[in-house]
Design a protein around this ligand. Structure first.
Ligand code: ZN
Length: 477
């Protein structure tokens, strides 16, 4: 299967290839078919030079054969992790866990020029150079040799995040579509070729129809990552931490640097500069603590949602609380008021429980007449619903005519919304207080707590009017 991934991490398949041996030629055939169909259907010259797949050389060779050269050969990190797990067998659980955590640091935080340096430090940390190492250490030495041989080649070293920052590092979404085919479409049965082809035709047609742009409910190709309420809240919380943000210019772009949530100290200009320029660390642990304590956002001022962050969450989601927070600090976005209001208005204390069923309720709401007894119906006050309708015929601009009901008057239509006023004589001080609070800069939460509807008229005017009238009366006298 072959396809592409959007910024919502959704997989959009191009097609399925059936192959017996998965040779260079087979993959070249697949890429050529996609290229030809793009031209034939959309008149689009498909010219891609970034490939993400497992480490199979036949895929790389087939791709180069069709597209000429390869700029970035991303190796799926999930596949590398699987190989790491297989090759750590026999090593005790605790050590195995520590090695995996260290490799994760190399995978997540390394800048291209730092990969070899980080690896050297990692190698020094775990390698036992003695002539007769223990069985455990011999196994670790063996793993280190395996990893160095297999995952630092020309087309096999693209497994770390910084290698191709704006592209996915795993093809998990393809694998999940693969699982969907196995579980949902073929029900994990090994179908005979004819039946399998029928099934393939069915789901490929479904994928095609599900990408029809003319419908709201179909799958869209998102170029901007969607932001969920939870992430807005996390970003809001992060902004409240008021972290010191250092702005530094590097190679035609601006970096916004700050310390990560795991450390308590604030960032300084010298600290950030040192990290960017540093090429030497004393040990892997020294490297680890420094690269994980500082985060940076590369801000995209034209489309802030496309900003890039160095944190782990961004690598998986193309958006994080830091990119939102930095964009907010640079006045490129604001927090959606409604979501934060929900949080602000949530009351403390135990929640109200729902009334039990079949218990008498003192409801004042309308009652279904079918459920009332005759006595109850007789005791209901008569409501005079004087509905007067005026029917008017409006001649249409296009020559047609239509009947419209202009307005429906009921004796309740003029009733004002909201809680009825308790006392019409509102004291001047309470109005003044209201005015003061409404003039203050409000957070959106306060704005929501403000009463709805037109604010009551100030009594000051009435007082003035009264005094003016008194003056007039005096003059008249
Ligand atoms: Zn981040």
């Amino acid at each position: 299967m072959c396809g592409t991934i959007d910024k919502n991490k959704s997989y959009h398949p191009f097609g399925v290839m059936l192959s017996k041996y998965e040779t260079n030629e087979d993959f070249a055939f697949m890429f050529q078919s996609i290229k030809d169909l793009a031209k034939q259907i959309y008149n689009f010259d498909l010219d891609v030079h970034v490939l993400l797949a497992d480490a199979a050389m036949s895929i790389t060779n087939g791709f180069i054969k069709v597209f000429g050269f390869i700029e970035k050969r991303i190796v799926c990190w999930a596949h590398v992790e699987r190989h790491i797990k297989d090759n750590l067998k026999g090593i005790n659980k605790d050590t195995k866990h520590k090695i995996k955590q260290d490799l994760l640091i190399i995978q997540q935080a390394t800048k291209p020029e730092q990969l070899n340096l980080a690896w050297t430090l990692f190698y020094e940390k775990w390698h036992d150079p003695s002539a007769n190492p223990t069985i455990q250490n011999a196994l670790i030495n063996h793993f280190l040799e395996y990893f160095r041989k297999n995952w630092f080649g020309q087309f096999t070293s693209g497994w770390y995040e910084e290698y191709a920052k704006d592209f996915p590092s795993t093809n998990n979404s393809l694998e999940s579509t693969n699982n969907w085919i196995k579980n949902e479409s073929t029900f994990r049965e090994l179908l005979p070729m004819k039946e399998f082809l029928e099934s393939v035709e069915e789901f490929v047609t479904f994928w095609s129809k599900d990408r029809n742009e003319n419908f709201i409910t179909t799958k869209k190709f998102l170029e901007i990552p969607p932001i969920e309420t939870h992430l807005w809240t996390l970003a809001f919380e992060w902004c409240k931490l008021n972290k010191r943000i250092i702005k530094l210019s590097r190679n035609d772009h601006v970096l916004y640097m700050f310390t990560s949530s795991e450390v308590s100290f604030e960032a300084s200009k010298s600290m950030c500069k040192e990290l960017l320029d540093k090429t030497h660390w004393n040990s892997f642990d020294d490297y680890k603590s420094q690269v994980t304590s500082i985060r940076y956002v590369k801000l995209d001022e034209l489309r802030w949602e496309s900003s890039v962050c160095s944190c782990v969450y961004w690598n998986k989601n193309y958006i994080c609380k830091h990119t939102i927070g930095v964009a907010f600090n640079c006045k490129l976005t604001s927090f959606p008021g409604l979501d934060l209001n929900i949080e602000a208005n949530a009351r403390r204390g135990r929640r109200k429980k729902a009334t039990e069923a079949l218990v008498h309720r003192d409801s004042t709401g309308p009652v279904n007449p079918l459920m009332m007894t005759q006595n109850e119906i007789e005791s209901q006050p008569e409501v005079d619903l004087q509905v007067s309708t005026a029917q008017g015929i409006i001649s249409h601009a296009l020559g047609g005519s239509s009947i419209t009901i202009e307005k429906i008057h009921t004796n309740t239509s003029n009733k004002k919304r909201g809680r009825p006023r308790k006392n019409i004589q509102i004291s001047a001080t309470s109005i003044e207080e209201n005015e003061i609070t409404s003039d203050q800069p409000t957070t959106s939460a306060q704005a929501l707590l403000k009463k709805r509807g037109r604010p009551p008229k100030s009594n000051h005017n009435t007082d003035n009017e009264i005094s003016e009238n008194a003056k007039k009366r005096k003059l008249n006298n």
